[in-house]
Design a protein around this ligand. Structure first.
Ligand SMILES: *[C@@H]1O[C@H](CO)[C@@H](O)[C@H](O)[C@H]1NC(C)=O
Ligand SMILES: *[C@@H]1O[C@H](CO)[C@@H](O)[C@H](O)[C@H]1NC(C)=O
Length: 215
């Protein structure tokens, strides 16, 4: 699937990459609450992070001006939640997929609100033709085919924990001389608030250039 060359660069062999990237969740240990999950190919893993390849996928998104996961973010979450529960022109309902993505700008002061983009993954059946939103604050966004650096952590995805893990991942990437888009990271959640144990969250930075795997 992937080749980690002695040069520390990992090269993805495109031949084996599946085209469908939203699929059954049973192939993943941490994406277990929804029927379908966002799928990926693992390029390499170091002690500090993973490198993954994601194919292009479509999401339903909304923006929140908020202190992270504050009131604004909760309202954005509710808009998306209503959409998947039939608040769309076709009256279609579908289960929430995993993960939920929050795009977080890096250059913000903790005490100032900023624009966060929340996105729900569309199930495979609606990737091409998603139900039409009735709320004009919702829009569709296409996540590009991309490689990401991933750091995983347990517990609850709160503003402060997400920032701490983004910071730790940034430090590991700088040490590894890895290039990434440092204008934003993704806070990635897999579990509903009802799950109390073995919770799984991630922070992602988008790879620039060839992904680097530390030895
Ligand atoms: C996941 O489930 C599908 C259908 O139930 C099955 O065909 C497939 O082999 C399963 N995959 C794994 C990795 O268990
Ligand atoms: C980094 O991400 C931002 C926000 O998505 C984007 O506007 C910018 O073009 C990206 N930078 C590069 C070098 O791709």
């Amino acid at each position: 699937m992937c080749v980690c060359a002695a040069t520390l660069l990992c090269v993805l062999a495109l031949s084996s990459v599946a085209s469908g990237s939203v699929g059954l969740s049973n192939s993943s240990s941490f994406c277990s609450e929804s029927k379908e999950c966002l799928q990926f190919d693992l390029i390499c893993r170091t002690a500090e992070y993973e490198v993954r390849h994601y194919s292009a996928t479509r999401w339903v998104s909304t923006d929140a001006e908020a202190y992270f996961l504050g009131v604004g973010a909760a309202m954005a979450f509710r808009r998306l939640y209503h959409y998947i529960n039939g608040d769309n022109k076709e009256g279609v309902k579908f289960e929430m997929m995993a993960p939920v993505l929050v795009e977080v700008p890096e250059e913000v002061k903790m005490w100032e609100p900023a624009i966060y983009t929340l996105s729900f993954l569309l199930p495979s059946a609606y990737q091409e033709h998603p139900p039409t939103p009735t709320n004009d604050k919702l829009y569709f966004s296409d996540m590009a085919d991309m490689d990401v650096y991933v750091r995983s952590y347990g517990g609850w995805m709160l503003s402060i924990t997400s920032r701490v893990h983004a910071h730790l991942l940034t430090r590991a990437l700088i040490r590894a001389d890895a290039h990434f888009n440092n204008t934003h990271h993704y806070a990635v959640g897999y579990d509903s608030p009802l799950k109390l144990l073995n919770r799984h969250n991630e922070v992602w930075f988008v790879v620039e250039g060839e992904p680097v795997c530390e030895q």
